[in-house]
Design a protein around this ligand. Structure first.
Ligand code: AP5
Length: 205
């Protein structure tokens, strides 16, 4: 399989708990986009009980990155299977090698949306979510390790895209609705495809 002509990709990046998933859920309601979260794909792989999943589970509990080939394969497969042509890729690339390999195996992204949020705020959100999420990485110790991985390996990716002029930085400190207002401005500037009126309703009137 392959991706349709004219496929466009936006990488959605930001620290752990910066609100990538929350904002992608909002975007999906208004725009004709396919949202793929690297973390969600990995958690599904872990849940499947596969050998690959078992290896990933241990790394994720330590707040470390799983091997680049694993996320790249999962993303590529999901992109093709979705049948979509405008993608929000959430939580990828998180390291410079991931960015380079995605670009050569698939294509360069049209833009990067980066959510900027202070560490204290992200920690507060994740500890709160940890009370109910059941995510094995939402505890104080793993959160600290996720922040370290983010600073050491993922921030250089942001710097690279800033240098290329493709990275849009949005402050993620305000309420989800307020953050989304800034996100929409960015999506409009990219001409992201809007949902037509009819397709928004999921339940018949
Ligand atoms: P992943 O699942 O991507 O986790 P993450 O990056 O740590 O991000 P989160 O999903 O925890 O947070 P988010 O930014 O989506 O915020 P959310 O909207 O949920 O990755 C998990 C692990 O998988 C990694 O540690 C790694 O091991 C592995 N992995 C993933 N990608 C990989 C890759 N590319 N390569 C290798 N390994 C990879 O919001 C968080 C909370 O805050 C929620 O409760 C939400 O309700 C709340 N909230 C959101 N926005 C606001 C707001 N504006 N105000 C108040 N509360 C808010």
């Amino acid at each position: 399989g392959s991706l349709p002509e004219g496929t466009q990709i936006v990488f959605v990046l930001g620290g752990p708990g910066s609100g990538k998933g929350t904002q992608c859920d909002k975007i999906k309601q208004d725009y004709e986009v396919v949202h793929l979260s690297a973390g969600d794909l990995l958690r599904a792989e872990v849940a499947s009980g596969s050998e690959v999943g078992k290896k990933c589970e241990a790394l994720m509990k330590e707040g470390k990155l799983v091997p680049v080939a694993v996320t790249l394969n999962l993303l590529k497969k999901a992109m093709i299977e979705s049948g979509g042509s405008f993608f929000l890729i959430d939580g990828f690339p998180r390291a410079l090698d991931q960015a380079a390999q995605f670009e050569s195996a698939i294509m360069p992204a049209k833009a990067v949306l980066f959510f900027d949020c202070p560490e204290e705020e992200m920690e507060k959100r994740l500890l709160k979510r940890g009370e109910t999420s059941g995510r094995s990485d939402d505890n104080a110790e793993t959160i600290r390790k996720r922040f370290k991985t983010f600073v050491d390996q993922s921030l250089p990716v942001k710097e690279q895209y800033l240098g290329q002029g493709t990275c849009h930085v949005v402050s993620a400190v305000a309420s989800p609705d307020e953050v989304y207002e800034s996100v929409k401005v960015m999506l409009e500037s990219l001409n992201a495809p809007k949902k037509s009126c009819g397709s928004k309703a999921t339940v018949p009137e």
